[in-house]
Structures are given as C-alpha cells and as structure tokens.
Design a protein around this ligand. Structure first.
Ligand code: SF4
Length: 361
C-alpha cells in the first residue's frame, strides 16, 4: 500500500508556498533521471504547483528509451539465428535498424517476454535451445542479473548485456552549453550506489544534487531543497530519501555488481557514446556472454538512430517536453509508438500520453 502520509494535500500546498518563496526570478531548469519520478510528477500534477519560472524535466531516465539501435539489432539477429531471446515487454517493441524484437517474433522468431532474469534462467533449464537474456536497465536491475550469474546458470544460457550507469549520463548532460540548474537524483539507483558518485556534480560543475523519493511530498521537498541550494549559492549533495538511501548505498549489491561486471563505454540512443557509462561481463563470465558465444558481427546504420521528426533525443537530454514534438499524440501514441520515448513505460512521452498529454494537469 502506498504511504498516504506522503500525499497529504495541506503539506503539499505548504511546500508549494515554500518553493514559490525560494524560487529565483530567472528561469530554473531542474532535471530528474528516473521514469518513476516522472510518473509521480505527472500523475499528481506537481508541475502545476511550481512557479512558471521553475521547470522540471526528465533526462535519460528510461532504460528502454536509451538502449542503442546496435544492441536491439544484436538481439534481433540472435532471435533470427533460431535462439530464444528473453526480454522485458516494452523492450520487445523498441525499433532496431530494420525491426524490433516484436517484429522478429511476428516473422517466426522465438522471443519470450519475461519479468526477471530468474524467469529466463528457468526457461533455459527447461529447454535444450540457447536462451539469451537481453539485460537492460540501470544500477537497480543489474545486481539481480549479477546475482543470477554467480548462481552458475546453465550452459545454454547467456546474456546480451546493455546495462547502463546513471552518473556518467548525468555528467554527459553537462558537457558543453546547457541550462540545467540542478539534479533530482534517482531514489532507486541511489539505494544501490549511495551518495558518493554524485559528489563530482557540486564539486566539478557547481551543480546542486538532491536524492529524492517517489511520493509527491518527497519530490516537492527535494525541489525546495534544490532551490534553497541555488539561493544560498552552495551546491552540494543532499539526501532527501533517508528512509531508503544510505550514504554508502548497498555494499553487498555493489560487490556483486563489480564481481560480475566492469564498466565500459556505451552508446545511448539520442546521446551518443558516453565514456564509462555501461557494463560488460568480466572475462571470467565469458562463457555466458552472448557477444562472445555467437556471431554478432553486424552493420548497424547508426547507434542512436531515431525516426525523422522524432524528438526523443531532445526529450532524453531534457531539452524538450513531449508536447513540443509535432508528432506527439498525432501519429505517435502508446498503441502506435513512433519513437522509443513512447515505447518505454518510463519514457516521458509514454507517461504524458498515459495521463492525458498535457504539460500542466
Ligand atoms: S512523441 Fe513520439 S515521435 Fe515525438 S519525441 Fe516522443 S516518441 Fe518521439
């Protein structure tokens, strides 16, 4: 059951007044990097409680949206080679260069929708066919996949790894010219990584960071803290989600992650190549690495391709909102998505479409 204590209307209105008092007169753009934050902000109409000069946008917080075309093409190629490819439901619908996994399934390939890596391992135990789990997600999902690898999965199981790391993507948003004033850091990811990985943001970029929870009051409180930091001119990392996030994060999950994976450079759709922003299996787990096990030499046309007219690259980098895309809720909607931000359930276009499609409800 949701905690109604964090949805108290009077307290929300009080926080809105605090935010109005703290807001500077010039425009402020705050960026979160988490689909769950966007769901709360949109579902509860929190943007309508903010003064007009305070904007909050979603950055690259939807793992499905940022998965590069090349990785989808690899998953499609594996399915077309006759193997079973297991993945999450929305991942199957994201377009690759020529088709999505769902398209491959329509043409006869064996693509299974699973809810966890454990389902995919179980599937491998029940078949003699090769089962490849398309492993997407951020620091929150990757530890469960790492734990499955430490349990020695069957020899006919392997991983197509596309896990990504949030702090390098946040840093990528700050390269070159930008108008970001502060980050609402993701609560779930922070339960794993703790507060330390955010320290470079105030130190090297003068950028306030507040780790926030997922209830409406969590988010309003975090926005108030970000505005207070801006007002005082003292950027720092603040943890406003202390009921779930410890400064050290989850050391056990971190240990499992680094035992199985190591950082690598990754493409992010709409953002290009970001150094150290992805994970790959360590050499000891090579036997379960689909890229080592199967022939995956393919020619993707681009690592970050989007359909012409799709503004996902701007949405993912907090430069546009869905309603600024001319295709939003016209040719592009959840039933016939045109771009990955409308496919991924954590994508800003999909979330806005689910809740009516208006910027301020
Ligand atoms: S509305 Fe559709 S086409 Fe426009 S940015 Fe979003 S996903 Fe792309």
């Amino acid at each position: 059951m949701k905690d109604l204590h964090f949805r108290d209307r009077a307290k929300a209105e009080e926080l809105a007044r605090v935010i109005a008092r703290l807001a500077p007169s010039e425009p402020v753009k705050l960026v979160h990097v988490c689909g769950t934050h966007e769901v709360t902000i949109t579902e509860f109409g929190l943007r309508s409680l903010l003064p007009p000069q305070v904007e909050i946008l979603e950055g690259p917080g939807c793992p499905v949206c940022v998965t590069p075309v090349r990785h989808i093409d690899e998953a499609v190629a594996l399915a077309e080679q006759g193997h079973i490819v297991a993945t999450f439901g929305d991942m199957a619908r994201v377009p690759g260069t020529h088709k999505s996994l769902e398209g491959a399934r329509g043409a006869g390939a064996d693509v299974r929708i699973v809810y966890s890596v454990a389902d995919a391992v179980e599937l491998a135990r029940k078949t003699t066919k090769e089962v490849i789990f398309f492993a997407v997600g951020f620091e929150t999902t990757a530890p469960t996949v790492a734990a499955a690898m430490l349990d020695t999965p069957p020899a006919n199981f392997s991983l197509l790894v596309s896990h990504k790391l949030i702090p390098p993507a946040m840093a990528a948003l700050l390269q070159g010219e930008h108008d970001i004033s502060g980050f609402l850091a993701p609560g779930h990811v922070s339960t794993i990584i703790g507060t330390k990985p955010y320290e470079p943001f105030p130190r090297d970029y003068g950028m306030p960071v507040v780790i926030g929870g997922f209830e409406p009051l969590d988010i309003l409180y975090s926005i108030a803290l970000l505005l207070r930091q801006l007002r005082e001119g003292e950027p720092k990392v603040e943890n406003a989600y202390t009921r779930a996030v410890r400064p050290e994060g989850n050391p056990r999950a971190q240990a499992i992650l680094s035992e199985v994976f190591e950082p690598t450079d990754h493409y992010w759709r709409g953002m290009g190549l970001i150094p150290g922003s992805g994970l790959k299996l360590r050499e000891e787990f090579r036997d379960w690495d689909a890229r080592a096990k199967f022939d995956l030499s393919l020619e993707s046309e681009s690592d970050e391709a989007l359909h012409p007219g799709c503004r996902c690259a701007q949405v993912i980098t907090a430069k546009a909102t869905p309603d600024q895309c001319p295709l939003f809720l016209k040719v592009c909607n959840p039933r016939t998505p045109y771009g990955p931000c409308m496919v991924g359930e954590e994508g800003m276009c999909h979330i806005w479409a689910r809740y009516g499609g208006r910027p301020k409800l």
